[in-house]
Unconditional design. Structure first.
Length: 477
C-alpha cells in the first residue's frame, strides 16, 4: 500500500507540473502573453557560464545612478512581473532586470534550478552592468535567491529588499500553509464585517478542513520522500525537468536550507509582505525580521503573495521607504520579571489569547490558544491546540512539556535542563532556539516535529535545526 501512495505522490507532482507548464506553453504561443517591452528599455542576450546558456537582460534608467537588480519569482513571465514597478524606478536609478534561466526569454535548462546556483549567476552577471555595490530586490523565489546571494557576497550588495520570500520554512510546513483554507473570502467579506456569526461559522469550517488536511499531510510525511530521487540524480532531472521549469525550480527552492544564510546576513535588509499571502505565510517575514541583524518588516494590508499587483500604490510607498531609509528594528527583551509571578491556567477553553509574565503556564483541553509576547518559567500543554509567538521560557529543570497536542511555535526561546519534551504530539517550530544542559529536545513517545531555520545549544555547541523528526525518539533528518 505504501508503494501505491508514493506512486500517487509522483503522479500528483507530475500532473500538477504538466498542467502549469501546458498553460505556460500555450501562453508562449500567444503573442499577447509576453507583451512587448518599452522600446527605450535596452534588451540583450548574454552567454553565461553557470547554466551554459543565454540569459535575457533588460537595462534602463540612469547609468550614473545607483544600480537596482530585480529578481523575479516562479512563472514563465519572468522579469515582466516587474513591468509596473520598473517605470517608477527608472527615473532615479539604473535598473537591471533578468529572466532567470528556465523562465521568460532566457534559455531553458535541465540543470537543477536552485537559489545557490542562481546566486552564482548573479555573482557573474552584476559586474557586467555595475562596478559598484547594487541594491537587490527579489520577489518570492527571487527573494530567496537574493537572500542567498547577499549572505554569500555582501561586498556586492548595498541594500536588500525581500518581497514575500518563499521557501524559507521546512518544505512540509510550506506545503501545509498552501493547503490551508484562507482566512477571508472576497465574496464573503462584506457579510463577515456585518455579521459576527458568519465570520465565526467560516472560521470553524476552515479549522475543521485544516485539521483533516493536516492529518493527511502528517501521514504523507511518514513515507519516503520521492523528490530526493530527482535532487540526487542528474539523469532523472534531464527526463522529469524537460520543459518543466516550474517543477524544477520549486523543488530546488523548498529543499534548500537558509538557516546559515539568515544567520550570517549583515546587509541592511527591508522585508515587504502581503498580509494574506497564501503561498508564503506572513510568519516567514516575522522570522526573517527577528533573525536578521539589520532588518525591518513592513506589511501591506489586504494584499496577497504579489503585493505589487494587489496594492500597487501601497507597494511603491513601502518600496520607496525601503530604498531611502535604513532598516529600523525594535529591540525585543527576553528578560523575565524578578518579582513573584502568577500562574496562567487554561482548562477546557477555546479561542483565548494570552500575553504577559508568568511563573507557570498550564494549558489542558484547550483549542485555538494564542500565546504572544509571553514570558514564563515553565509551560505545560496537554491535549490542546496552541500557537506561540515571541515566547521566552527559562527554568533550571524541564522548561516546556507538550503531550498529545498540536503546537506551532514562531520566534520562541526555551532554556533549561531539558528545554522541550514532546510526547504523542505534532510540533511546528520556526525561528526558535532550544538551549538544554542535558538535552535541548527530548521525544518520549511517537511524535512528529518540524523545525525550520531554528537552532539548539548544548554543551557549548551550536547546531542549526532545519528538518523533520518522527517516531519515538528525537532524530532530525
Amino acid at each position: 500500500m505504501r508503494h501505491y501512495i508514493v506512486v500517487f505522490i509522483y503522479f500528483f507532482i507530475a500532473t500538477s507540473s504538466y498542467a502549469q507548464d501546458k498553460k505556460d506553453s500555450e501562453e508562449v504561443v500567444q503573442s499577447t502573453t509576453l507583451q512587448p517591452l518599452p522600446s527605450h528599455w535596452q534588451q540583450s542576450r548574454i552567454n553565461e557560464p553557470v547554466f551554459d546558456g543565454e540569459v535575457h537582460v533588460v537595462e534602463t534608467g540612469k547609468k550614473h545612478k545607483e544600480t537596482i537588480i530585480l529578481v523575479h519569482g516562479l512563472g514563465y513571465s519572468g522579469l515582466r512581473d516587474w513591468s509596473d514597478v520598473i517605470p517608477q524606478l527608472e527615473s532615479e536609478y539604473h535598473v537591471i532586470a533578468l529572466d532567470l534561466p528556465g523562465f521568460g526569454e532566457s534559455d531553458p535548462t535541465s540543470l537543477q534550478l536552485a537559489p545557490r546556483r542562481y546566486a552564482q549567476l548573479l555573482k557573474w552577471l552584476i559586474p557586467q552592468f555595475s562596478s559598484q555595490k547594487a541594491i537587490l530586490i527579489g520577489h518570492s523565489m527571487g527573494a530567496a535567491i537574493s537572500l542567498r546571494f547577499a549572505s554569500q557576497f555582501p561586498e556586492m550588495v548595498e541594500r536588500l529588499v525581500m518581497v514575500d520570500t518563499a521557501g524559507v520554512l521546512h518544505r512540509s510546513v510550506f506545503v501545509r500553509h498552501m493547503t490551508q483554507m484562507p482566512d477571508r473570502y472576497e465574496w464573503l467579506a462584506r457579510y463577515q464585517q456585518q455579521f459576527d456569526f458568519v465570520d465565526t461559522a467560516v472560521s470553524r469550517f476552515n479549522r475543521f478542513i485544516d485539521r483533516v488536511s493536516g492529518s493527511v499531510l502528517n501521514r504523507l510525511d511518514r513515507l519516503p520522500d520521492p523528490t530526493q530521487v530527482l535532487l540526487q540524480n542528474e539523469y532523472a532531472q534531464q527526463y522529469v525537468y524537460k520543459d518543466r521549469p516550474t517543477l524544477n525550480a520549486a523543488l530546488g527552492l523548498i529543499n534548500e536550507d537558509f538557516s546559515e544564510a539568515i544567520d550570517s546576513l549583515v546587509v541592511p535588509t527591508h522585508i515587504i509582505w502581503g498580509e494574506f499571502d497564501r503561498v508564503a505565510p506572513l510568519r516567514t517575514g516575522e522570522i526573517l525580521q527577528s533573525q536578521i541583524i539589520h532588518a525591518e518588516l513592513n506589511v501591506i494590508h489586504e494584499a496577497g503573495h504579489v503585493p505589487m499587483k494587489d496594492k500597487p500604490a501601497e507597494f511603491m510607498r513601502k518600496l520607496n521607504y525601503a530604498l531611502n531609509n535604513p532598516p529600523f528594528k525594535t529591540p525585543h527583551s527576553n528578560t523575565l520579571e524578578t518579582e513573584k509571578l502568577p500562574t496562567l491556567t487554561c482548562n477546557n477553553q477555546n479561542e483565548r489569547s494570552y500575553s504577559g509574565h508568568y511563573a507557570f503556564v498550564y494549558i489542558s483541553g484547550c483549542r485555538y490558544i494564542n500565546l504572544t509576547d509571553l514570558y514564563a518559567e515553565q509551560i505545560y500543554i496537554e491535549n490542546s491546540d496552541v500557537t506561540m509567538q515571541q515566547v521566552v521560557a527559562k527554568s533550571d529543570s524541564l522548561t516546556m512539556e507538550v503531550i498529545d497536542s498540536f503546537v506551532t511555535m514562531t520566534n520562541v526561546q526555551l532554556q533549561g535542563e531539558t528545554a522541550l519534551r514532546v510526547a504523542g504530539s505534532t510540533l511546528d517550530a520556526a525561528g526558535s532556539e532550544f538551549t538544554g544542559v542535558t538535552r535541548p529536545i527530548q521525544v518520549v513517545s511517537d511524535s512528529l516535529i518540524y523545525l525550520s531555520v531554528s537552532r539548539q545549544y548544548h554543551n557549548d555547541k551550536f547546531q542549526y535545526l532545519h528538518g523533520m523528526s518522527q517516531g519515538n525518539s528525537y532524530n532530525l533528518r
